[in-house]
Design a protein around this ligand. Structure first.
Ligand SMILES: *[C@@H]1O[C@H](CO)[C@@H](O)[C@H](O)[C@H]1NC(C)=O
Length: 240
């Protein structure tokens, strides 16, 4: 455990010193029946306009310092929807209506949020990406039975290549040998895509090569730092 905390700390320092640029994004879209307006920072969703609840929603996890935008974010989104609908009508007329592009999801992944321990509440994540247009429908099963309780899905997130990503979550408590699945439906598919997750009988997920590789790189960088420090220390003493 201690080792993990140390590595986390190291990686934070690295990202602060090596990467000072941030990427801010605002995405607005509309159709005849629907609309979207979201604001993001560095690939994470910060806020979106909920046109049913008529307010700006900040879907941020509890462990970060909350980020909010200036007052009027929601009103701004509503105004932009009107502009968007107007543009949509004009483009339709200009292009004599356009055929809708269709891309089925290129990737569906299922994994757990936390390391698996029997009897300890966890969350299954179904990550769907590379589709157009949004949205996808995601349904869950547990041991072959449909489950709806404890599941949720985020609003579609636009990727750089103009396809979408959506993430569905299911709260679950791992028990030996239980099998879960998420099924993804999209209008460009000929049949739904299903991914299975089986709770490992050991109750521990394999940490794999990741942590040890990081540890190796961290140690190497650390040792190089010590060597460089020693070198300059000796050089400095020679001069004085
Ligand atoms: C998603 O679910 C809705 C509501 O059940 C349905 O109307 C729609 O056709 C579904 N979409 C796809 C692509 O299956």
């Amino acid at each position: 455990m201690k080792m993990k905390e140390l590595l986390l700390f190291l990686s934070c320092v690295l990202s602060v010193s090596a990467d000072v640029l941030h990427e801010d994004i605002r995405i607005g879209g509309c159709s005849d029946s629907d609309g979207e307006d979201m604001l993001g920072l560095d690939g994470e969703e910060i806020a979106y306009a909920d046109f049913n609840k008529q307010k700006e929603i900040y879907p941020q996890p509890p462990f970060i310092d909350p980020v909010t935008y200036m007052e009027g974010a929601y009103e701004n989104a509503v105004a932009n929807q009107q502009v968007c609908r107007g543009n949509l009508q004009n483009s339709r007329k200009g292009m004599k209506d356009f055929p809708l592009e269709r891309d089925a999801p290129s990737g569906v992944m299922i994994y757990t949020r936390d390391e698996v321990e029997f009897g300890v509440q966890n969350t299954l994540i179904c990550h769907v990406t590379g589709f157009y247009p949004a949205p996808v429908n995601v349904s869950w099963t547990k041991n072959g039975q449909k489950v709806t309780e404890g599941s949720s899905i985020n609003v579609p997130y636009l990727n750089k290549d103009l396809t979408f990503t959506q993430i569905s979550r299911l709260d679950f408590t791992p028990q030996p040998e239980h099998v879960y699945s998420c099924t993804v439906q999209h209008l460009a598919q000929t049949e739904p895509a299903t991914k299975f997750y089986e709770v490992d009988s050991s109750g521990q997920s394999d940490p794999g090569v990741g942590p040890s590789a990081f540890c190796g790189v961290g140690l190497t960088v650390g040792l190089l730092g010590v060597a460089a420090g020693t070198f300059f220390l000796i050089k400095g003493n020679e001069c004085s």
